[in-house]
Design a protein around this ligand. Structure first.
Ligand code: AMP
Length: 212
């Protein structure tokens, strides 16, 4: 199965992507996670991307497309994939279609998670992530700051640098201007399933699974 998951920042794409990838045993490719790992390791790619990521701007298409081509050189895509956070611009979507064509692969579905903006800001303000395995948690689920450890790998939970109110607003504007047009791009290819993103993680997962 070959999938893309779309939706504004904070709609729960990453959480659902992990569940889907694990249920169907397909590769989960999160460009945001790859970039954050590169930034914390201080690599060349990380240095190039850092300023964009921390201010909520998009990393230039050439950098992202080179990163994706590199990823697709590996054989982890044999069983299928779920792209999370990519493509994010029409240029990326067009180049991705070309790459898939070259590899003789087709997309099965584009899952578009829809949540209204007020709810998104509320959710992002409450989000913390594991610095190591990237699992996402809700700050309100913890009673004390010293409890902030990942239940999977034990690493420290932190707030993403781009999860401040100002940067969130910027990211939502960038999403509307640059990424939302992709919904129409894929609608024309008859690939889009709109999913209501309000409810518990499991409810949303059930809604998505019903289409797969
Ligand atoms: P995410 O974790 O998907 O919210 O991505 C975090 C940040 O990484 C974004 O705000 C961008 O700065 C950068 N980023 C992730 N994916 C892309 C992409 N496909 N194109 C450009 N920038 C990206």
């Amino acid at each position: 199965m070959r999938l893309i998951i779309l939706g504004a920042p904070g709609v729960g794409k990453g959480t659902q992507a992990k569940k889907i990838a694990s249920k169907f045993n397909i590769a989960h490719v999160s460009t945001g996670d790859i970039l954050r790992t590169e930034i914390s390791s201080g690599s060349m790619l990380g240095k190039k991307a850092e300023e964009f990521v921390h201010s909520g701007k998009l990393v230039p298409d050439e950098i992202i497309l080179a990163m994706i081509k590199e990823e697709f050189r590996t054989d982890k895509f044999k069983n299928g994939f779920l792209m999370d956070g990519f493509p994010r611009t029409l240029e990326q979507a067009e180049k991705f279609s070309e790459l898939l064509e070259e590899l003789d692969l087709n997309l099965d579905k584009v899952i578009n998670i829809v949540v209204d903006e007020k709810e998104i800001i509320k959710r992002i303000s409450n989000r913390i992530i594991c610095g190591e395995c990237k699992k996402v948690f809700k700050l309100s689920d913890f009673k004390e700051d010293y409890d902030l450890a990942c239940d999977i790998c034990g690493s420290k939970l932190t707030r993403r640098k781009d999860d401040t109110e100002e940067v969130i607003k910027n990211r939502l504007e960038v999403y509307k201007a640059q990424t939302e047009p992709l919904v129409d791009f894929y609608k024309k290819k008859n690939l889009v399933e709109n999913i209501d993103g309000l409810g518990t993680e499991n409810e949303i997962f059930e809604r998505i699974s019903a289409h797969l």
